[in-house]
Ligand binder design. Structure first.
Ligand SMILES: Cc1ncc(COP(=O)(O)O)c(C=O)c1O
Length: 358
């Protein structure tokens, strides 16, 4: 009988709730305004011949490398960040190696690491989801070959000081340290400038969030030339399709579009945080385009009532330490406005009292 490898058969299943997402989608940290109109214009110009050819990744890699100020050899375009995580696990982890992951965090680190047969060591975040730098340093062993940190983190929005990450990279020279900067645009701080001094550091970025292109699946992995050479071997030469590659130059060029979206999302985040403060709701200050809040027994009714008003927000109760917590994405002005109006109504319906004058 055909039997899958034990490590795959016993993997946790990850089923993001993608069904029935009609309405204002504040549940997946997507750009709810969509991508730059210039990307759509470029798409309309594609021909049958463009699609008939195998995709050629290198010219787009040169454009992205120039935009990021690195050489093309220090970079690999990936099929979203998900593929970057997968490639790193395939490149560095042997069965029985150790992978260190601080929880709660993005689910795919654990899944791809465990699929290799490596042992995943989960380290709980401190109170208030602060990153447990000392605990991570103490957990590093000769078997540690992969450490993944989302910075800012999802679902908490917490940020790890760059100096702490550099300390971890230096403390684990035999481990690939992935710093996943999926939400970089909303926080503006990056460890990327240090990848030349930290040869085991790999930094990932994505076009799925600020750029509004989650459906196209485009990510970027940046690292030391020698490391990127081996990671590239593990990837398919056709990992990005030609449609995604064709959209990249326009997406990168339209700075105005991204800057306006990011500014509105940051304003929306501040407004949402102020609103939660006014209602006396516990939340965790965020550096990303979402806010995590504790709603206790009101969590499920809140999510249901928001959905009834056409607004989708995400229940994060199954994440470590996030029981009865909801995560809400912010975005363009109009959507933030709609969110706040509905949120006020729902809080009032749930019998919460505004505690502070706004
Ligand atoms: C921290 C983090 N990394 C990566 C991703 C996924 O990125 P991509 O769409 O590029 O695979 C997400 C999506 O939610 C995320 O929160």
């Amino acid at each position: 009988m055909l039997k899958a490898r034990d490590t795959v058969r016993t993997l946790k299943e990850y089923h993001p709730p993608l069904g029935n997402r009609e309405g204002l989608r504040l549940d997946f940290n997507e750009n709810t305004a969509g991508c730059s109109p210039r990307v759509l214009e470029g798409l309309r110009k594609l021909t049958g011949d463009d699609l008939a050819r195998y995709p050629v990744r290198q010219p787009s890699e040169q454009i992205v490398a120039a935009a990021l100020g690195v050489s093309p050899e220090e970079l690999l375009l990936t099929n979203g960040t998900d593929e970057a995580i997968h490639l790193i696990c395939e490149t560095y982890l042997e069965p029985d190696d150790e992978a260190l992951i601080v929880v709660p965090t993005f689910a795919m680190y654990e899944i791809y690491a465990a699929a290799t047969g490596a042992r995943v060591i989960s380290i709980p975040a401190e109170n208030d989801f602060e990153f447990p730098t000392e605990k991570v340093l103490a957990a590093i062993s000769p078997q540690t070959r992969f450490i993944a940190v989302a910075n800012p983190n999802n679902p908490t929005g917490a940020f790890v000081p760059i100096s702490h990450l550099a300390k971890i990279a230096k403390g684990a020279p035999s481990a690939a340290l992935l710093v996943d900067e999926a939400y970089f645009e909303f926080c503006g701080e990056t460890i990327a400038r240090q990848w030349r001094e930290l040869p085991n550091l790999l930094v990932s970025r994505t076009f799925s969030k600020a750029y509004g292109m989650a459906g196209l699946r485009i990510g970027v992995l940046i690292g030391n030339t020698n490391q990127m050479q081996v990671v590239r071997r593990a990837s398919s030469p056709y990992n990005l399709n030609s449609v995604a590659l064709a959209c990249l130059p326009d997406a990168l060029d339209d700075h105005k579009y991204i800057n306006e979206y990011v500014n509105q999302a940051i304003d929306g985040r501040r407004q949402l945080e102020r609103e939660l403060e006014a209602w006396g709701i516990r939340f965790w200050p965020s550096r990303a385009n979402f806010v995590l809040m504790y709603l206790g027994e009101n969590c499920k009714p809140f999510i249901r009532k928001m959905r009834e008003r056409g607004i989708l927000v995400r229940d994060r109760s199954s994440d470590y330490g996030c029981q009865e917590c909801a995560r809400i994405t912010v975005g363009i002005r109009e959507h933030n406005h709609k969110l706040l109006a509905s949120l006020r109504q729902v809080f009032a319906e749930l019998g919460l009292n505004e505690k502070v004058a706004r």
